[in-house]
Design a binder for this molecule. Structure first.
Ligand code: HEM
Length: 443
């Protein structure tokens, strides 16, 4: 087959008109695999069929890396951390960090997760109006601070880190909206770059101070959080640990990757529940039956299948990481056509997961579709909110546990009524474009 080609102007027009829905419109005309011509950049492909996703993310040997261009753009903020590193270095780091995310280890974060959520709802009043995105960001931020550093919201460094993360996030968002900006040298005196740099500096200083404090404390006296686990982790093969600089890169990576995505997932879950009364009612019934008013624990999660289905269905409709990319290597073929060495391939969870060939009534919120082993019946690359293959999200289990626990804790106490429209942002994570106000109704 001949892979259809589209022009950069057509791509830009579609993106402006349709936001994150743009590849769906292109797919209708050009099919599951098409190529974009952009001046000065390697060839760009959009690969939208589950078989393409599986071939690119999981099957390629050796595994395909993230594109050099994108890794460089992200490295000024994340350093050479798990998200941006590659090859043997990445493999070693993944081996070191993976044990900290084993099922048994993350279960210990269930109680603080529920505790922070309860604290938040204890402060909520009946009839109060909250901006849901902000409330969820504050909550997941507090939880990741606690899990990583055993630091609560009252600690001085929490405020500094919070501001630094905001600066960094806003700087990065401005960056991603304007492609030319991402090619400018980082020292240029532009407001977005200055804000991003300020965030990077403050975050690095704060994390270094926490590492130094913990090293001085020693392993025996340190709290059992992620910082302690990573600080004293030793590679099984080489016996080596991480340098302070590498530890800083990994902590900042986990920190940013670990709260924004989960906050976005929860924000959309509240929007969907506010718009689907019967789903909200089923969730409340399940919570009453299983918990009868007491806070949920990790052990309750298997008894809360409907809450889990809501999480899965929200991740299908609004995957926080709505596009991913890989760099082709010689020998890769898709639909029988060779893909040039160095080409950038976009994989789009948002598009593939809303394809009517794999999901009936694809734009409808139907948590029930996840009943009875539906997930197992799907093709391997049809549903991939956490990615696929060797670079799959390390925080997958952490995020799913957190989302289910927070949903249960909050929905038990409040019903949320949506007052303003929810629109998708066109940033690298699929957040809310503008604040969504919700009125709280106490149960
Ligand atoms: C709903 C929540 C989350 C979603 C949707 C999500 C999504 C993803 C996706 C799609 C990838 C793969 C990117 C790629 O292959 O290009 C990824 C990687 C990663 N995620 Fe998550 N994530 C979530 C939560 C978390 C949490 C809670 C943490 C840590 C506490 C985390 C840490 C990471 C890291 C470190 C990587 C890079 C892994 C590697 O390359 O080895 N994520 N995430």
């Amino acid at each position: 087959m001949i892979i259809p080609q589209i022009s950069a102007i057509h791509l830009q027009k579609q993106f402006r008109q349709n936001g994150p829905d743009f590849p769906r419109q292109l797919q209708q005309t050009f099919g599951d695999l098409f190529r974009v011509r952009l001046p000065l950049l390697p060839p760009i492909y959009f690969a939208l069929h589950p078989d393409h996703v599986y071939a690119v993310m999981s099957q390629a040997k050796p595994p395909l890396e993230k594109p050099t261009l994108m890794r460089r753009a992200l490295q000024s903020s994340f350093g050479n951390g798990l998200f941006t590193s590659q090859g043997e270095f990445w493999r070693r780091q993944r081996r070191l960090i993976q044990p900290a995310f084993h099922h048994g280890r993350i279960a210990r974060y269930a109680a603080p997760m529920t505790g922070h959520a309860q604290k938040m709802v204890n402060g909520w009043q009946d009839g109060q109006i909250v901006s849901i995105g902000e409330a969820m960001h504050e909550l997941t931020f507090t939880i990741v601070m606690d899990a990583l550093f055993s630091t609560d919201e009252a600690a001085a460094n929490t405020t500094i880190v919070h501001q630094a993360v905001r600066d960094l996030g806003q700087g990065l968002a401005a960056f991603s909206r304007s492609l030319p900006l991402s090619f400018l040298p980082a020292w240029m005196p532009l407001p977005a770059l200055r804000q991003k740099r300020r965030g990077e500096r403050a975050l690095a200083q704060c994390v270094q101070a926490m590492i130094a404090e913990r090293r001085a404390l020693g392993e025996a006296a340190s709290p059992p959080d992620l910082l302690t686990t990573l600080l004293f982790a030793r590679d099984e093969e080489t016996g080596e640990g991480m340098s302070d600089q590498q530890l800083q890169n990994e902590l900042i990576t986990l920190y940013i990757a670990g709260h924004d995505t989960t906050a976005i997932l929860l924000s959309w879950a509240w929007v969907l529940l506010a718009q689907h009364e019967s789903a909200a009612a089923q969730l409340t019934a399940e919570l009453t039956q299983t918990l009868n008013g007491r806070p949920p624990t990790a052990a309750d999660l298997p008894q809360l299948p409907y809450a889990q289905m809501i999480v899965k269905e929200t991740l299908r409709l609004y995957p926080p990481a709505w596009y991913l990319f890989r760099q082709a290597e010689a020998g890769l073929t898709l639909e029988g056509e060779p893909i040039p060495d160095g080409a950038i391939i976009f994989l789009m969870p948002y598009t593939t997961q809303r394809d009517g060939r794999w999901f009936a009534e694809p734009d409808n919120f139907q948590p029930e579709r996840w009943r009875d082993g539906f997930e197992k019946s799907l093709s391997k690359g049809a549903y991939f909110p956490f990615g696929l293959g060797p670079r799959t999200c390390i925080g997958n289990g952490f995020a799913l546990m957190e989302a289910q626990l927070l949903l249960a804790t909050i929905a038990q106490r409040f019903r949320l009524e949506q007052l303003t429209t929810a629109k998708m942002a066109d940033t690298p994570t699929l957040g809310l474009a503008a604040p969504v106000q919700m009125r709280l109704h106490k149960r």
